[in-house]
Design a protein around this ligand. Structure first.
Ligand code: AMP
Length: 215
């Protein structure tokens, strides 16, 4: 049983590491970004409402995100724990999550914050590619696919996210500094924060994370 939050700026490696944690502990990875991208692809009402914010690197309004998370966390698959990736991203979302967890009569174990410098983030995001079919994530410099722009796992053509363009990346980093960084102080007051150095190879970062999960 493990209930975790993985925080950190865009491009820090949250998605990659959250997938590893999910596999290692057999808990679902709940990525609001992934859920919203799927909703957008299905052209659902949520997807249509979220699209404009996502394309410009702004945050989707808190009420939409909290409704979505209420539905998700009530689901049976979250009963034995979860790893939240990309949520909460504002203090009102963190407060909303506390209310929701109280209602479900459960609490958080740990909030991990991955840290890397902004120069590295910009480099990582502009070289990030992902598979639209199976969700695998690559980096053209540090973790390229074996065949140019083709997914190693399922053979689909890789894509660059529309919000990984230079101007949008700058916007997203500003949004993180202004709106998401205060969430760290919120959880510091609850004594839940552990900070992890996110530089280096995926496996090195994983080792650092794993050593903090042995509680
Ligand atoms: P991500 O894949 O986590 O970088 O999320 C991509 C985009 O989805 C963000 O830039 C936001 O527009 C939106 N998004 C994802 N999670 C949230 C959240 N918790 N609150 C508001 N917007 C979000």
């Amino acid at each position: 049983m493990m209930r975790l939050i993985l925080m950190g700026p865009p491009g820090v490696g949250k998605g990659t590491q959250a997938k590893r944690i999910a596999a290692r502990y057999d808990i679902p990875q709940i990525s609001t970004g992934d859920i919203l991208r799927e909703a957008r692809e299905r052209n659902s009402e949520l997807g249509r409402k979220a699209q404009e914010y996502m394309d410009s690197g702004q945050l989707v309004p808190d009420d939409l995100i909290l409704d979505l998370m209420e539905q998700t966390l009530k689901n049976e698959k979250c009963r034995n724990g979860f790893i939240l990736d990309g949520f909460p991203r504002t203090v009102p979302q963190a407060k909303g999550l506390d209310t929701l967890l109280d209602k479900l009569n459960i609490g958080l174990d740990l909030v991990m914050v991955l840290e890397v410098s902004e120069d590295i983030i910009i480099k990582r995001l502009s070289n990030r590619r992902s598979c639209p079919e199976c969700g695998a994530i690559y980096n053209l410099l540090t973790n390229p696919p074996s065949q140019d722009e083709i997914c190693n796992h399922c053979g689909s053509e890789l894509i660059q996210r529309t919000d990984d363009q230079p101007e949008t990346i700058k916007n997203r980093l500003k949004v993180y500094r202004d709106q998401t960084a205060p969430v760290i102080s919120y959880y510091e007051k609850q004594d839940l924060i552990t900070t992890i150095n996110g530089t280096g190879e995926v496996s090195e970062v994983w080792e650092r994370i794993f050593s903090k999960l042995l509680f």
